[in-house]
Design a protein around this ligand. Structure first.
Ligand code: NAD
Length: 370
C-alpha cells in the first residue's frame, strides 16, 4: 500500500521514515527532486488521522516545493517533512532534537524550516543537531520573519499582473482588495499604500482591520462578501480555496494576485478564470518572496539582498503569462510548465557539463564555509 501511495504522487527521490519510540517521534521526510539544489521545505506538525494521511501530505507538499523553487529561479529542490502529533500538546525538546538527527543524516540533501504547527523555537532544537535548518532566529544568523518579503514579492506579482492586464505596472489609482490583514496582508497593504493604490480590506479580526483603516485610510468591507467586491485586483491573503464553485460566478475583479496558498480550490477553477478573462497570478509564483528570503539565509543573510531578490517575482510572473499565451493554457498550468522547463534544461546542462551529476547542489555547510 505504501508504494502505491508513493507511485500515485509522482516520482520522489527519497522518503525517510523517522521513528523513535521512547521519545514518541513519528515523522516522514520526503525529498521530491534535487536537480536544481538541496530539497528545501518546512516541517509541519499536525494531528493526522493516520499514517497514510501524513504520507500523502508530505508527498504532495514536497512536490509543491520543487515547483515553487524552480519557478522562483532558485537553486533549490523540493522537500518537506511532517511530524505526526498534536503541536499544542506533544512537543518536546527531545522530539525536535531526534528529528534534527534524522535531518542531519541526509547530509544536506534536505534542509528544513518551520511550517504550520512548528515554530522558530522548535527549529532552535533542530539546529542543535544539524546545520541543515533555515528560518532560525536572527541571533543565530537566521532571516527571521519571512512575511515582509513574501508581501513585497506579492506586490511585485500584482505589478506584473497589472502590466499584463492593463498595460502598465503603475498602481496609482488602481483598486486593490486585500482579504486578510495578518503578517502578509498587513505588510502588503503598507506597500500598496506607498504605491498609491486604492485599498479595500477585510479581516475577521477587528483589531487588525482598525490598524489598517486608521494608518492607511483603507475602505473596510465585510469579510463575508469581500471575495465578490467590484475591484481591479483581488489579493487573497487569508485562506486557501477561495476561488471555488460558490465564489467563482460572482467574482467582479480583473486580476487575482495574492499571498495565500492554494487559491484555486480545484484546477478546473483556473480553467474557468481563463475563460472569464480574469488574470490569475499563480499562488506559488506570487508568494515565493518568503522562500527567496530563506534562500538568501543559506548564502549568509543580508536583508537588503533578500529584499532585492523578491523583485524577481515580477519577472517570473511575466514569464508565466508569456508561456500561457504561447501555449494557450491557463496560467496555473503555465507556472508548472515554467518550473518543469527549468528543471529539464538545467538538469540536462548538469549532465552535459560535469558528465555525472544530476544533483549538483552545494550543501549548507559548504556554502557557509565560503
Ligand atoms: P496570518 O495568520 O498572519 O494572517 C491571516 C489573516 O487572515 C488573519 O489576520 C486572519 O484573521 C485572517 N482571516 C482568516 N479568515 C478570514 C476570513 N474568512 N476573512 C478575512 N480574513 C480572514 O497568516 P499570514 O502569514 O499572513 O499568511 C497568509 C496566507 O499567506 C496564508 O495562506 C499562508 O499560507 C500564505 N503564505 C504566507 C507566507 C508568509 O511568509 N507568512 C508565505 C507564503 C504563503
Amino acid at each position: 500500500m505504501v508504494f502505491d501511495i508513493i507511485e500515485e504522487h509522482g516520482s520522489h527521490e527519497q522518503i525517510v521514515v523517522c521513528h523513535n519510540k521512547d521519545i514518541g517521534l513519528k515523522a516522514y521526510i520526503a525529498i521530491h527532486n534535487t536537480t536544481l539544489g538541496p530539497a528545501l521545505g518546512g516541517t509541519r506538525m499536525w494531528t493526522y488521522n493516520n499514517d497514510e494521511e501524513a504520507l500523502v501530505d508530505v508527498l504532495r507538499l514536497s512536490k509543491g516545493m520543487t515547483y515553487k523553487a524552480a519557478a522562483a529561479g532558485l537553486n533549490l529542490g523540493g522537500g518537506k517533512a511532517v511530524i505526526i502529533g498534536d503541536p499544542k500538546k506533544e512537543k518536546t525538546e527531545a522530539m525536535f532534537r531526534a528529528f534534527g538527527r534524522f535531518v542531519n543524516s541526509l547530509n544536506g540533501k534536505y534542509i528544513t524550516a518551520e511550517d504550520v504547527g512548528t515554530t522558530v523555537k522548535d527549529m532552535e532544537y533542530v539546529f542543535m543537531e544539524t546545520p541543515y535548518v533555515t528560518g532560525i532566529p536572527k541571533d543565530f544568523g537566521g532571516s527571521g520573519d519571512p512575511s515582509p518579503y513574501t508581501a513585497h514579492g506579492v506586490l511585485m506579482g500584482i505589478k506584473a499582473s497589472c502590466k499584463e492586464k492593463f498595460g502598465t505596472d503603475e498602481l496609482k489609482g488602481v483598486r486593490v482588495t486585500v482579504q486578510g490583514l495578518g503578517n502578509v496582508g498587513h505588510n502588503l497593504c503598507e506597500y500598496l499604500h506607498q504605491e498609491g493604490a486604492i485599498l479595500t480590506v477585510a479581516d475577521i479580526d477587528k483589531e487588525r482591520v482598525k490598524r489598517v483603516q486608521e494608518k492607511l485610510g483603507a475602505k473596510v468591507t465585510d469579510p463575508n462578501t469581500i471575495v465578490t467586491e467590484e475591484t481591479d485586483v483581488f489579493a487573497p491573503c487569508a485562506l486557501g480555496a477561495i476561488v471555488n464553485d460558490d465564489t467563482i460566478g460572482n467574482l467582479k475583479c480583473k486580476v487575482i494576485a495574492g499571498g495565500a496558498n492554494n487559491i484555486l480550490k480545484e484546477h478546473r477553477h483556473g480553467d474557468a478564470l481563463m475563460e472569464m478573462g480574469i488574470l490569475y497570478a499563480p499562488d506559488y509564483v506570487a508568494n515565493a518572496g518568503g522562500l527567496m528570503n530563506v534562500f538568501v539565509e543559506l548564502e549568509g543573510y543580508s536583508p537588503d539582498r533578500a529584499f532585492e531578490k523578491t523583485r524577481q517575482v515580477y519577472h517570473n510572473l511575466l514569464k508565466v503569462f508569456e508561456i500561457a499565451k504561447r501555449d494557450n493554457i491557463p496560467t496555473y498550468k503555465a507556472a508548472d510548465r515554467l518550473a518543469e522547463e527549468r528543471i529539464h534544461t538545467i538538469g540536462r546542462l548538469n549532465q552535459q557539463h560535469n558528465g555525472k551529476s544530476t544533483r549538483p547542489y552545494t550543501t549548507l555547510r559548504e556554502v557557509l564555509k565560503r
